[in-house]
Design a protein around this ligand. Structure first.
Ligand code: SF4
Ligand code: SF4
Length: 442
């Protein structure tokens, strides 16, 4: 009987109740730093928006922090060199988010006596004197994107000063396999609060809310600082995927984001807690975004929270934690629920990589071979935005794209729950992503 499967233990109508125990103790593991890779593969586009063009050439020597690619478009976000070294080539590689080839800069690391390149910084003590527009521009120049997984350009959301009545800092971290947000709250409270204060300066909201998972426990140091700056702390029920922007806005403000609209359209700007941290590092330390925290989960190692340079091949990360890549059957990047499988361990981590899930040959993976739909309706029941994934899948299979708007395919928040609960292992999320592209391209 399928409902006895572990995957269904926490299932509820319109979501999936994830409690702290599912995190497997990952929130107890302190961050470790993965050494810089010998070969760094940095994709020129690591955000939703305009593609970058390279500003370096093969043969160039680069410093850590030097810009590698940029765009003049409003939705462009630059990428920077995570290590010092020499550009070997600019070539195509498997992009883990696009699940297709993407253009990347290959850097052969070299020891350098020069300090990493830094951006002009701001003083936290004089934040009130900094012009909001200058702060927004500095966030862009540092290459900061949304680090909750979507990789939306952070500067674009921070420029919604006219619309923003509420700033919501999302520290809910509802994905079962990811615990790096919790660790960040324990280890880096000063920088989180500095980043939120900078965001408040840029947006000037009426209220700032720090959303955290009820079961994640207390963070006394962080909470004391948040309260001191007038930031409300909201404890949210542990349901996946209430961490998604639109559902969080509904949960906290009682406002429904209309079909085709975005949270700023109802006055809310939502940023992930890791983004707030990256904003603080960029503005007050001049650091471009070249590394991030993530959680790796493997049966052999348990959960491990890691600082990893962007562009590090997964192979290097596996070896650091003591997993032999030849023992791995499947790998997924980003979160367990939303992430995609990667074809091999040479694929590098990107700014959006919040986690790595490692499956051995003996383990069940959510990416099994598909079987026929048995019309159980689980996917419809679990969908948090109450659309009908099975009908959208069928419309896509039959080429009935004219039906997609009526089925509200564009309301999908890409949470991955429908694929996760499907007893036939149908990759519904893939059909939903294709459907959203079909709707947007008319
Ligand atoms: S991925 Fe989309 S369709 Fe599937 S459950 Fe989530 S919101 Fe619903
Ligand atoms: S797609 Fe999967 S979950 Fe949805 S009705 Fe068919 S078998 Fe059930």
């Amino acid at each position: 009987m399928k409902r006895q499967d572990e995957r269904y233990r926490f299932w509820e109508r319109g979501g999936f109740a994830v409690d702290a125990s599912v995190k497997l103790g990952g929130d107890e593991r302190a961050f470790e730093t993965v050494p810089d890779p010998a070969l760094c593969v940095v994709f020129l586009q690591q955000h939703i928006g305009a593609p970058n063009v390279p500003v370096v050439e093969p043969g160039d020597e680069v410093m850590e922090g030097q810009k590698l690619g940029d765009s003049s478009e409003p939705m462009g976000v630059p990428v920077h060199a995570p290590v010092a070294g020499r550009i070997l080539k600019i070539d195509m590689a498997h992009h883990p988010v696009k699940e297709a080839p993407g253009e990347a800069v290959f850097i052969e690391r070299a020891e350098s006596s020069r300090s990493p390149e830094r951006l002009p910084g701001f003083s936290l003590d004089q934040l009130d004197q900094a012009a909001p527009e200058a702060l927004v521009q500095a966030v862009r120049e540092a290459g900061v994107v949304g680090l909750g997984g979507a990789a939306f350009p952070a500067h674009v959301k921070l420029a919604f000063r006219e619309k923003a009545t509420h700033l919501i800092v999302n520290a809910k971290e509802s994905d079962p396999n990811v615990a790096c947000d919790v660790r960040l709250k324990k280890e880096r409270p000063d920088e989180i609060v500095a980043g939120i204060r900078a965001m408040m300066r840029m947006l000037e909201p009426q209220e700032t809310i720090f959303a955290t998972r009820a079961e994640a426990g207390a963070f006394p140091e962080l909470e004391a600082q948040l309260r001191a700056w007038g930031i409300r702390i909201a404890h949210i029920r542990s349901s996946y995927s209430v961490g998604s922007d639109k559902l969080l806005v509904k949960e906290l403000l009682g406002k429904e984001v209309p079909c085709g609209a975005y949270p700023p359209d109802v006055g809310a700007v939502v940023h992930n807690v890791f983004t707030a941290f990256a904003v603080a590092r960029a503005l007050f330390h001049g650091e471009p975004l070249v590394a991030r925290g993530m959680t790796l989960v493997a049966r052999k190692t348990g959960p491990r929270n890691l600082w990893v340079k962007v562009g590090t091949p997964v192979d290097d990360v596996l070896r650091h934690v003591g997993v032999d890549p030849s023992d791995v059957q499947r790998l997924t990047l980003a979160s367990l629920m939303m992430g995609g499988a990667i074809p091999h361990a040479q694929v590098p981590v990107v700014k959006a990589t919040a986690g790595i899930s490692v499956f051995g040959p003996e383990e069940r993976s959510p990416y099994e071979r598909e079987r026929a739909c048995i019309r159980c309706g689980y996917c419809n029941m679990v969908c948090p935005v109450r659309i009908y994934p099975v009908l959208i899948m069928e419309a896509m299979k039959r080429g009935r794209t004219a039906n997609l708007t009526k089925l509200h395919a564009e309301d999908c928040i890409d949470c991955g729950l429908c694929s996760y609960v499907c007893p036939s292992s149908i990759k519904l999320t893939r059909y939903l992503r294709e459907a959203m592209v079909a709707v947007r391209s008319g």
